[in-house]
Write a protein that binds this ligand. Structure first.
Ligand SMILES: Nc1ncnc2c1ncn2[C@@H]1O[C@H](COP(=O)(O)OP(=O)(O)OP(=O)(O)O)[C@@H](O)[C@H]1O
Length: 620
């Protein structure tokens, strides 16, 4: 990995002009996003921005009219001894009323801005979140397992509701200040184009330096993302209910907290360096701008004393200078905050533009209906790794047959199921269902045909019934189907003892949520697989590992009954359950080493026989 400084220097070389514009790189896209979210609000924002931008100059100009009118009225009044007449005061009061109106309009525009911003914040947050989640639905498991990608996803989600609007607000804020500054310039140019030029030349350097340092900060933050990710992970481990058990019992807090602090310290050192450089330059170059400002101010004062400017004009310029200064510093603050929003959006768009795997085939029926599942010379290597996890796998599973996979931890059993369920595609060879490659099948049809539970099945923090219903979205709320599946999965007995039966909320996230034991959860998962009544392929990856012996025996008795007309694929480390399968496949280091029925394998006196006898001896 290269050092952060190398990145900073590389950016120096690209020139400060492109550095300057890089801060605005995502403004256009953010605006597009806002436009798509609500056209009405975007137009409203634009109008309010324009009004709030132009009116301060108008107010300054009306201020000039007031002072000049006052001076004129005073001159008229001083010639007479009579009390002040309305006709003398009216020309001035007219302008005062106008000024009041202008100020009221500015307040209205600013209210309008903040009201529309808060409405947009809600809409935009929702829109971006939905975009992120919709995209997540189109991605493959391999993409989720890629750490860089996963990082993009979590960061995109974390700040989805605030960042895009923040960038839009800053962009609009900058625009508003730019409009104000331009309108001030229009007033000032009447005094002297040279004064305007001096001010421009004075203010430009601090703008450029602010934008350049923002670009640097942007690159620095991107580069350090792995460390930030580790920090985020540590935060999760230290503050989540599911990890806190171990953290407490193993006394991990000090260890993890130290690592958390160390990461911060190393990042802080870089931050400090950049902040100091940025603020030193900001101060020095800002001083140049202020000098130019007060130089021009002094010039205005001298011209007034010399009688070449009226008092009113001087008041106007005074206001222009004051407000110009604050518009300028607001713009600088906006620019320096923009890099974080840019960072967020660059990450969001990288995530959203992640290529999606090409859509699958369209078959709803295979070339040889009734042929079952075939693995032909299948090999597989996980993306981003070198070592093949499966090699030369040949299998044939016919309708109504059962197959059990046996093998040591890490031998590749679960991976084989991931290939069958198309969570991954084989790197070599092919998998056929009814004579047609899985890749040619319509995805939805394939999913309907396969019922599966994995070892690490999901424990949804939903009601018990819904936890079953997820097994078949078409029957998500179908209570009759829930009950039937629960009976098949041996879960009905304990569910009926729960206080609210199938309506009991599970998990700790919600009020009155109930926690289940490991074995009870496993029964829920099993019942979930039985929800797929249409499925003719049933895949169970260690479905009973957490159950007691009696429950396990019952589960398998049920399983055999319900699976009679289905193809079943079972992974288990318990030979008592494995032995009943029509076909047993022993996998070792990704290869099939033995294959056959229980009796055949015992007769072979190979690995299966050895393992079987070992376990049988253990149970005596
Ligand atoms: N997502 C992944 N990315 C990279 N390698 C993986 C991934 N999942 C598993 N592996 C590796 O693939 C090999 C096979 O894993 P698999 O989960 O298929 O084993 P298994 O036979 O099901 O093991 P167990 O009996 O422990 O469940 C292991 O060496 C594992 O490290």
């Amino acid at each position: 990995m290269s050092s952060p400084h190398a990145h900073l220097h590389a950016s120096d070389a690209t020139g400060s002009l492109s550095g300057f514009f890089s801060v605005f790189r995502y403004s256009r896209r953010a605006l597009g996003l806002v436009w798509d979210t609500s056209r009405g609000l975007t137009i409203g924002l634009a109008i309010c921005t324009l009004v709030a931008g132009v009116l301060p100059a108008v107010a300054a100009w009306v201020g000039k009219l007031i002072v000049d009118a006052v001076v004129a009225a005073m001159a008229i009044h001083s010639q007479t001894e009579a009390p002040l007449e309305f006709a003398t005061a009216w020309p001035v009061l007219r302008y005062v009323a106008l000024e009041a109106l202008v100020i009221a309009l500015i307040a209205l525009a600013q209210r309008g801005l903040s009201a529309q911003q808060s409405l947009l914040r809600a809409l935009l947050g929702q829109k971006v979140n939905v975009m992120i989640l919709e995209k997540a639905g189109t991605l493959s498991l391999a993409q989720f397992e890629d750490s860089e990608f996963y990082d993009k996803l979590t960061r995109a989600r974390r700040e989805a509701s605030t960042r895009p609007l923040a960038l839009v607000n800053k962009t609009f804020g900058l625009l508003q200040n730019a409009i104000s500054l331009t309108s001030f310039a229009v007033l000032l140019v009447q005094f002297s184009p040279w004064a305007l030029l001096i001010l421009l030349i004075g203010a430009l350097p601090v703008f450029v330096s602010e934008a350049k340092f923002s670009g640097d900060a942007f690159r620095l933050f991107r580069w350090r993302s792995p460390q930030t990710r580790m920090q985020m992970y540590l935060e999760t481990v230290l503050a989540r209910e599911d990890s806190i058990k171990e953290v407490k019992l193993f006394g991990l807090e000090p260890l993890f907290l130290k690592r958390y602090r160390d990461i911060f310290d190393s990042l802080y050192a870089e931050d400090r360096r950049l902040t100091i450089r940025r603020d030193t330059w900001g101060f020095l170059l800002g001083l140049l701008g202020t000098l130019a400002f007060y130089g021009a101010y002094g010039w205005v004062v001298i011209e007034t004393i010399g009688g070449r400017l009226t008092l009113g004009e001087m008041t106007m310029y005074l206001m222009v200078f004051k407000q110009g200064q604050s518009a300028l510093s607001a713009s600088l603050t906006a620019i320096s905050g923009m890099y974080e929003d840019n960072l967020y959006l660059s990450n969001l768009y990288e995530y959203l533009e992640q290529p999606v795997a090409p859509s699958t085939g369209s078959l709803t029926e295979g070339a040889l209906p009734g042929d079952g599942i075939r693995f032909e010379n299948v090999g597989f290597t996980y993306p981003g790794t070198q070592q093949p996890v499966l090699q030369d796998i040949d299998l044939h599973l016919r309708p109504s047959e059962s197959l059990a996979l046996v093998g040591q931890n890490g031998s590749g059993k679960t991976t084989l199921i991931k290939l069958l369920t198309r969570l991954y595609d084989p790197s070599e060879g092919r998998i056929l269902l009814d004579g047609s490659d899985l890749k040619e099948w319509d995805d939805a049809t394939l999913r309907r045909r396969i019922g599966v539970i994995f070892q690490d099945f999901e424990r949804y923090q939903l009601q018990v019934g819904e936890n079953l219903g997820v097994g078949d979205v078409a029957a998500f709320t179908d209570t009759v189907r829930w009950e039937r599946a629960a009976r098949q999965g041996m879960a009905d007995a304990f569910i009926s003892r729960l206080e609210h039966g199938y309506r009991t909320q599970l998990g700790r996230w919600f009020k009155d949520g109930q926690e289940l034991s490991g074995g009870q959860w496993q029964k829920i998962a099993l019942a979930r697989a039985y929800m797929r009544e249409e499925a003719d392929i049933l895949v169970l990856d260690e479905p009973t590992a957490a159950m007691d012996a009696a429950a396990e025996a019952q589960v398998f008795e049920q399983f055999r009954r319900h699976a009679r007309h289905r193809m079943t694929l079972l992974i288990s480390h318990r030979f008592s359950t494995v032995r009943a399968a029509d076909q047993i496949v022993v996998i070792d280091a990704g290869r099939i080493i033995e294959q056959g029925a229980h009796e055949e394998l015992l007769a072979q006196e190979g690995r299966y026989a050895q393992l079987f006898r070992m376990q049988a001896a253990g149970y005596q």
